[in-house]
Design a protein around this ligand. Sequence first.
Ligand code: R5P
Length: 300
Amino acid sequence: MPDLDKSASDAQKSKDFGIGIPMETPGFFLKGSSHLNWGMKNRLSRIFNPKTGKTVMLAFDHGYIMGPTTGLERIDLTINPLIPYVDCLMCARGGLRACIGPEVNKPVVLRCSTGATLLKDLSNEVIGVTLEDALRMNASAVTCQVCIGDEHEKETLDNLGYLVTEGNRYGMPTLGVTAVGKQMVRDSRYLGLACRVIAEVGAHFVKTYFCEEGFEEVVAGCPVPIVIAGGKKLPELDALTMAYKAIDQGAMGVDMGRNIFAGEAPLAMAQAVGAVVHKNEKPEKAFEMYKTLKSEQAKA
Ligand code: R5P
């Protein structure tokens, strides 16, 4: 029972209801997300930094199709030291559970598709992780790839539709990944089509590749945030330049793997990428930062 020590009228007088100050009804900082429910927004606010609106996701799900690929032979040794320098982890269930301590307080985007390896057709996937298990792993989003134009386009769209529909039941966002088959061209026409289709099926954010021509149009035509994949290992300045151009043209972050963990100085690279993404640092300056951190870390 409230305010028992005061008379009813004194208690009423000491309350402050802020009469005359309308309650704010703010929108939401992420593109295309203002009509989502509270749980979705809360999860997305863990993935994207609300102060900058951006994210550096560290992708290390490669083993689910590639096995112990170069740089990821030991997730425990490679990934754990990088965790403080990124905003979010993107990985598969087994690698996460076996190699990353549960006390890590970073959001996880959980790879939920399976069924293919690099020895066979990569588009031939099914969903292998239920939403209940994603919730048990305390995921902040679930993800699968969509292979537009590939033999299994329909099945991969079905996988995405399943994750979005089931995720909606629990306030769990879905990241749709554009997987580009060998016979496809990574140009703005293809990427724009793939990103838009994925967003229309209901993905809450989309991962795609940067393209030199027309990336701004890819972003504009996609009604939800886009993050870019890093792709094959590039020289550091090239990778930073790609990240800079993508952010400059509207991407809301990177979901980068090999260009961070497979380099000579992964900790320095993670921090340099962070400066580009969150502080709009120019690539040349971020590269200087990388070199300084690299030599400091070599001495330590
Ligand atoms: C590939 O197996 C995964 O989907 C990766 O998460 C994705 O390709 C991003 O990693 P990277 O920057 O190494 O391309």
